[in-house]
Design a protein around this ligand. Structure first.
Ligand SMILES: Nc1ncnc2c1ncn2[C@@H]1O[C@H](COP(=O)(O)OP(=O)(O)OP(=O)(O)O)[C@@H](O)[C@H]1O
Ligand SMILES: [Mg+2]
Length: 254
């Protein structure tokens, strides 16, 4: 039976002035198939994510999410439809505790306003949900620690938890292991795999670290100079001559 298409990017063009950052990109993310987007620096990966998550309205083309044309919808509308994302540069509320960071998206999802004159953790039901999300990423012990006190790897886990909190159908992760040490990277790889397997979270990730890509991805798209250069299983991508050339021969080996 054919798998459901979660995300379909159709012939998307994005320009910055006269520069074509995306030049007719088409790709799909299927339910249950952990999909990665790779490519050299400046290939257009983050730009494509910004188009998918509604930060940019493309000059041409469509973004279809769960069967619905969402091209140009603002990020908060896409989030409400089930699209989560984490950023290439860590994006958390440093002055709040870990738990409060997870409560923010839950309160917003439940239609509540953020009232900073009262404690964020007043609602016990939401707090219980937030603790479940923290358990998913292994941060229960640090629930009441200020995010600014955490090591870098844990901050990225908080970011992942913020993306997971509203129970999204798909999560975009832009370089989830960027800047991590080998131990933190290993932990993140295990986490992504287990969330995909156990919680059936659909991930669409970009990543420079080929060890990460080849160990987590079921399917890979290679972006080069704003166009899809190749697509296939990790084995097919590893063997693709054009891909090797695009990476100038070195970094494809995990
Ligand atoms: N807001 C912007 N204004 C102008 N040019 C931009 C803007 N954002 C990206 N670009 C350019 O578009 C191209 C693609 O950038 P993008 O950040 O999408 O690449 P990337 O594949 O994510 O790279 P990296 O691997 O370094 O994160 C680059 O040449 C970049 O300089
Ligand atoms: Mg990028």
């Amino acid at each position: 039976m054919a798998q459901q298409i979660i995300l379909s990017v159709e012939d998307v063009h994005q320009h910055f002035g006269r520069f074509a950052a995306l030049n007719g990109v088409s790709l799909q993310v299927e339910e249950g198939r952990l999909t990665a987007l790779i490519g050299p620096n400046g290939a257009g990966k983050t730009t494509l994510y910004n188009v998918v998550c509604g930060r940019y309205r493309p000059r041409a083309g469509r973004v279809v999410f769960l069967g619905r044309d969402v091209t140009g919808l603002p990020p908060h509308r896409l989030c409400a439809l089930g699209l989560g994302r984490s950023f290439q540069i860590t994006n958390v509320f440093s002055r709040l505790t870990v738990l409060e960071n997870i409560l923010v998206p839950l309160i917003i999802k439940n239609g509540g306003a953020l009232c900073f004159w009262r404690r964020l953790d007043r609602d016990r039901k939401l707090e219980a949900t937030a603790m479940k999300v923290l358990a998913m990423v292994g941060l229960v012990d640090k629930a009441h620690v200020g995010v600014h006190e955490l090591p870098y790897g844990d901050k990225r886990l908080v970011e992942m938890a913020i993306a997971l909190a509203p129970s999204p159908r798909m999560v975009l992760l832009d370089e989830p292991t960027a800047g991590m040490n080998p131990e933190e990277t290993e932990h993140m790889i295990r986490l992504i795999k287990s969330l995909a397997d156990t919680h059936r979270t659909n991930f669409f990730i970009t990543e420079h670290d080929m060890k990460v890509v080849f160990s987590v991805a079921d399917y890979i798209y290679v972006l080069h100079q704003g166009s899809v250069l190749a697509q296939g299983t990790p084995e097919e991508i590893r063997a693709d001559r054009r891909v090797k050339e695009a990476y100038l021969g070195g970094s494809l080996e995990p």
